[in-house]
Write a protein that binds this ligand. Structure first.
Ligand code: GLC
Length: 747
């Protein structure tokens, strides 16, 4: 695709936006413009002033680009597709017209969780969401969200389709890189941080993809079969907690079916759970092409059809008007749909703070991305102190091998991939088109050369075993960069690294005892050579400054503090399903999630599997003592306190993880659950303390016959760990029984 003249693009957008900003005059005749009024009040005032046509206008979104311009106007009567297409920011995800008469701005939608994704706009990429989830620090994802939300705003967007938090139920899921791991609490906390950050720019964020969109293979064909209690206690719990902790303006319903009913028409999970039980006030937007009807989707809780013509039919255009006319969709439902969208626009600041394009401080933003990566990458192995490669005792010769480490770091593919500042560092790889592999122009080798100026570096492409071994043999330390590209719409064919990467690592390890491996991946990968190498750093997709972050962690300029947000299995035999079910073409199919809520480490605990690297695992260049564990319960609220001491000689950050083991009588899905965590940065000798208020839902099972959470009375074991497999202290706590609903918790 040719690159548009950027300044032309910016001007066009600026003109389109300014036309809709509310004016001071409006305040008198248009009381909803009074920002002193509550969002709910302003919404009702505005709704009263709207015609039915204007309400319907808010419910139907367009995609960008040539596709829309080709749409025959008989398909969307009364709409000139070419005129609409001219208003959409080229290359962006979507657009919903504004209503200037009422001061309602147009909605300009941009992807996604890792940065502003647009083939025509070069923007700053965060590390993948899975990577920043590994920081176990919501402040990291909040800072990241703040940065990408600002870039969205300064690019003319007021809706950012961020907030992917689907649990990594399937280790092969091609989009795990876009999500926040395998545990509901961690996924929620890290996703909520991102959403808060994005929305701090007075724009709307989403949380997505609702619900249990656990694989990419046949994502529009699959029906996720799972019991209500299991779903409530796993994927749905991640959404429930994330929504409470971040109040996203919108929830994006997913492509798949949930127990045979498409997510975007699923009355149970949209109306009864999300809107009734959880009291959600925002709006449900569809994923792009995830709508299947007018009446069933509208009455099933969908509020806005996104990205026409991704769907075959403009269900929420004239057909929705017809459905109102014939009474199959009540007028009250139309009001509710418009109300939710307007509420989100008022509540998140979209109406009062119209977006305006402007200059972006890319240098500062690269720093934000680098800081996030430095807090996130996980040191998995460090035998014999092969790391850090300290400048004061730097190796004379270092071989850098593989994965274009002399020029780039890898990013995940699909609608989340950000066009790098400076363009794709390794063009022409991958399936092509929207699935072209993108490599961020941030070279680990160049960054290492800066950190270790006295060291001699040699680069080998890592494509031929003999050459790689030769390069390794000639060096004091060999660093092999391996990579696994994953992307939206595809699942990983296997957890093994592709090509001859495993053979390269083994050959290098044989040629040089001081071999370190850096893994750039979308999630968990198998490491048949893990015993043969001395050091392993999980870099995931480390973002726009990933090379610099990797170098600073390998040389000890920064002490690694990441902890795994998902389990790295020792073999696929340990998985619930060694293979992803179904096909991307052909008939509808079902995947039965028989593991229920026992996702990730819970499954491993349940079956006594020892993973290669456990959930919550991560090493440091210093050491920590965890203790001072106290668990108490007052007025049905459980609180856990603990302390951490840095017992080493350099500063570092530790993540205290609190797990609870329930009595058998509690009938949990697995022996243990993560119920809290705290990250503490400590100087040598310093002790820090942390307190965790345990959300009662994390101690409960869900009773679908009454719609209540149930905490069983009994003796519970509280565990304090530096990883799920590294428990340092335990305490017992007797809990009284308790029944409650999510709604009661909100009172
Ligand atoms: C995609 C994705 C969704 C994205 C949307 C707009 O298919 O599933 O995450 O926000 O369409 O690009």
């Amino acid at each position: 695709m040719k690159t548009l003249n950027a300044s032309l693009l910016v001007t066009a957008v600026a003109m389109a936006i300014c036309a809709s900003a509310p004016t001071a005059h409006a305040a008198s005749t248009q009381p909803w413009t009074d920002s002193n009024k509550a969002s709910v009040q302003r919404t009702e005032l505005l709704l009263k002033a709207m015609t039915l046509e204007e309400k319907l206008l808010l419910l139907f979104g367009y995609a960008s680009g040539d596709q829309l311009a080709q749409v025959d106007s008989t398909i969307i009567p009364g709409v000139n597709a070419k005129e609409v297409a001219a208003k959409v920011i080229p290359g962006s995800a979507g657009y919903i017209p504004g209503i200037p008469r009422l001061g309602i701005p147009a909605q300009y939608q941009a992807d996604a969780s890792i940065g502003v994704r647009n083939p025509y706009l070069e923007r700053t990429s965060l590390p993948s969401s899975l990577a920043t989830a590994a920081s176990w620090d919501p402040r990291v994802t909040e800072a990241g969200g703040k940065m990408i939300g600002l870039e969205a705003r300064l690019s003319g967007f007021n809706v950012m389709l961020a907030g992917g938090i689907n649990l990594a139920r399937e280790p092969l899921n091609g989009r795990n890189f876009e999500y926040t791991g395998e545990d509901p609490l961690l996924a929620a906390e890290m996703g909520a941080g991102l959403i808060r950050g994005v929305q701090s720019n007075n724009i709307i964020s989403t949380v997505k993809h609702y619900l249990i969109n656990a694989q990419e293979t046949g994502r529009t064909l699959v029906s996720a079969q799972i019991s209500e209690p299991a779903l409530r206690m796993s994927d749905a719990l991640a959404f429930e907690l994330a929504i409470e902790k971040s109040s996203p303006g919108s929830v994006m319903c997913s492509y798949n079916r949930i127990n045979d009913v498409y997510a975007c028409q699923n009355d149970k999970w949209q109306n009864q759970v999300l809107k009734r039980d959880w009291g959600y006030k925002g709006y449900v937007m569809s994923d792009w092409g995830a709508v299947h009807s007018t009446v069933q989707d509208a009455n099933g809780g969908l509020d806005q059809q996104s990205g026409f013509p991704f769907d075959k039919v403009p269900y929420f255009a004239k057909p929705l008007r017809d459905a109102v006319d014939d009474g199959s969709v009540p007028l009250a439902r139309i009001d509710d749909m418009a109300r939710r969208i307007l509420w989100a626009m008022f509540d998140k600041g979209v109406v009062d703070h119209p977006v305006k394009t402007g200059p972006i401080d890319y240098a500062a933003h690269a720093q934000v991305s680098q800081a996030a990566a430095e807090q996130s990458l996980v040191l998995l192995k460090n035998d014999a102190g092969v790391l850090p490669l300290s400048p004061t005792a730097a190796p004379k010769r270092v071989a850098i091998i593989g994965s274009y480490a002399d020029k780039a770091v890898l990013a995940g593919g699909g609608s989340a991939v950000v066009t790098p500042i400076g363009g794709n560092a390794v063009p022409g790889l991958g399936p092509g088109g929207w699935l072209t592999q993108v490599w961020q122009p941030s070279s680990p080798m160049k960054a290492l050369q800066k950190q270790l100026p006295a060291t001699q570096f040699a680069f080998d492409a890592g494509t031929h075993v003999d050459a790689a071994a030769k390069a390794a043999a000639a060096a004091d330390v060999a660093i092999v960069f391996v990579h696994q590209w994953t992307a939206e719409s595809l699942d990983a064919p296997s957890l093994s690294l592709d090509g001859n990467q495993d053979a390269i690592v083994s050959a290098v390890a044989k040629a040089n005892p001081n071999t370190v491996v850096v893994v750039e991946s979308g999630g968990a990968v198998l490491m048949p050579w893990h015993k043969d190498v001395k050091g392993i750093l999980a870099a995931f997709y480390p973002g726009a400054a990933g090379g610099e972050a990797i170098a600073r962690l390998l040389t000890g300029a920064v002490n690694p503090s990441g902890r795994l947000p998902l389990t790295f299995p020792a073999s696929t035999d340990q998985l619930v399903r060694p293979k992803i079910g179904g096909k991307s073409e052909g008939p509808l199919f079902t995947v039965r999630y028989t593991e229920g809520a026992a996702v990730g480490y819970k499954w491993f605990d349940l079956h006594g599997h020892k993973p290669l690297y456990a959930f919550g695992h991560g090493l440091s260049y210093t050491s920590f003592e965890l203790g001072g564990l106290q668990a108490s319960q007052a007025k049905a609220q459980m609180t856990v306190k603990f302390s951490v001491k840095n017992t080493g000689h350099r500063e570092g950050a530790s993540v205290g993880q609190v797990y609870i083991r329930a009595p058998q009588s509690a009938r949990w899905e697995a022996p243990r659950r993560l119920v809290g965590f705290g990250k503490l940065a400590l100087k040598p000798g310093q002790t820090g303390t942390s307190a965790v208020n345990v959300d009662p839902r994390l101690l409960a099972t869900f009773d679908e016959s009454t719609g209540e959470w149930v905490i069983a009375p009994g003796m519970y074991e509280v565990q304090l760990g530096a990883g799920s497999d590294d428990i340092r202290a335990t305490a017992k706590l007797a809990l009284v029984g308790r029944r409650f609903t999510s709604a009661q918790l909100r009172r």
